[in-house]
Design a protein around this ligand. Structure first.
Ligand code: BV8
Length: 304
């Protein structure tokens, strides 16, 4: 199998002429905004595998620990700003009406970069959403208060660079947080029941938001796909990782943007591999369509 191409100009022309474009984004897109990847730092948070904390079982076992993990990621996401990669994707969405962006990221940076809501699907939910653990229907969208509640204040403390937060130091024991001190569902309370609130993300073993998979498949099978952008993902989590081959089977030229050479596996001579950062490559690759990218100096916390 011949190896993928790397010619930026050739790809720019293909994208400029493309009608239907699909993108799959991962944690790598937000690296330039200072957010850790899932597999970065060995995929560990303190002594825990990040993926093991992102499960209903972990929440059942120790909701305080899981809430601290998410409160810490919320705090980082709220402090972070979208980078040139997020803005380039948002501009591409404004110029190409048949561009659908699928993100696995729950940090909310793409919406904050002004990515039109109609052109993005947050496959794995949003860190800033808070919902009822017992699925009573209660949901708080884009809750930006930080900390979420007093018992999680440790996750909202900042430390000077080089000084490790005790929250992240495996040698420092974590205070156990009693469930009654964690966020409670107000609707269940009104009904005389108690239920915890949980982060509005999709945990491993849980299905993706209803209707979203069907909607994406309908988009995929409506007409051929011209270009598939695979941005900053190790493509190891399903069903998200399956979209690249689905788009390829719909005729798409695949372009992978990732500093890890391993990410080019599965690509052939029709495809492209751009080895580097999303914030560096996306403005360049999209320039024929979006022009020179201008980064606004503010990124409001609520959707633009
Ligand atoms: C489900 C939200 C029905 C929470 C997340 C088929 C085969 C095998 C397993 C399965 C299967 N189908 C289902 C499963 C089970 C499971 C799964 O896929 N397991 C994997 C681990 C094998 N899937 C599920 O459970 C899904 N639910 O299928 O329900 C069902 C249920 C059970 C059984 C059958 C069916 C739900 C999955 C969603 C889980 N929630 N997130 C939270 O965030 O806490 S997943 C989470 O991890 C992220 O959202 C993302 O999806 C993934 C992390 O991957 P990446 O984003 O790619 O990040 P990573 O760190 O891995 O890589 C970063 C990349 O960036 C690297 O390549 C690096 O080189 C690159 N990079 C670094 N710097 C830069 C850069 N790139 C560009 N620029 C840079 N500067």
């Amino acid at each position: 199998m011949s190896s993928p191409k790397t010619d930026v100009d050739e790809f720019r022309k293909i994208l400029n002429g493309a009608n239907r474009i699909l993108a799959l984004c991962g944690a790598g897109l937000s690296v330039a905004s200072g957010l850790p990847t899932f597999r970065g730092a060995g995929g560990l948070w303190r002594e825990f595998e990040s993926t093991s904390l992102a499960t209903p079982e972990a929440f059942e076992d120790d909701p305080g620990l899981v809430w601290l993990f998410y409160a810490w990621r919320r705090h980082l996401a709220l402090k972070a700003k979208p980078n040139a990669g997020h803005y380039a994707l948002a501009e591409l969405a404004k110029k190409k009406e048949n561009f659908l962006c699928l993100t696995q990221n729950v940090d909310g940076l793409s919406p904050r970069a002004g990515h039109p809501e109609s052109a993005i699907r947050m496959l794995h939910g949003n860190l800033l959403d808070i919902t009822c653990y017992n699925k009573c229907g209660y949901a708080e969208r884009n809750a930006t208060r930080d900390p979420v509640c007093p018992s999680l204040a440790a996750a909202a403390e900042d430390y000077p660079p080089g000084q490790l937060s005790p929250l992240l130091d495996p040698s420092v024991d974590l205070a156990t947080i009693k469930p009654e001190d964690l966020p409670q569902c107000p609707d269940c309370k009104r009904r005389g029941k108690t239920s915890l609130l949980r982060p509005g993300v999709v945990w491993f073993g849980e299905s993706l938001p209803d209707g979203m998979l069907l909607e994406v498949d309908n988009w995929l099978y409506k007409d051929p796909v011209d270009v598939m952008l695979v941005i900053g993902t190790s493509a190891a989590v399903y069903p998200a990782a399956g979209y690249t081959n689905k788009a390829k089977r719909r005729g798409a030229v695949v372009a992978v943007i990732n500093p890890d050479p391993q990410a080019k596996s599965g690509l052939d001579g029709k495809d492209f591999f751009f080895q580097g950062g999303a914030d560096e490559f996306l403005p360049k690759l999209f320039e024929d369509v979006i022009g020179k990218l201008k980064i606004p100096d503010t990124a409001p916390l609520t959707e633009a």
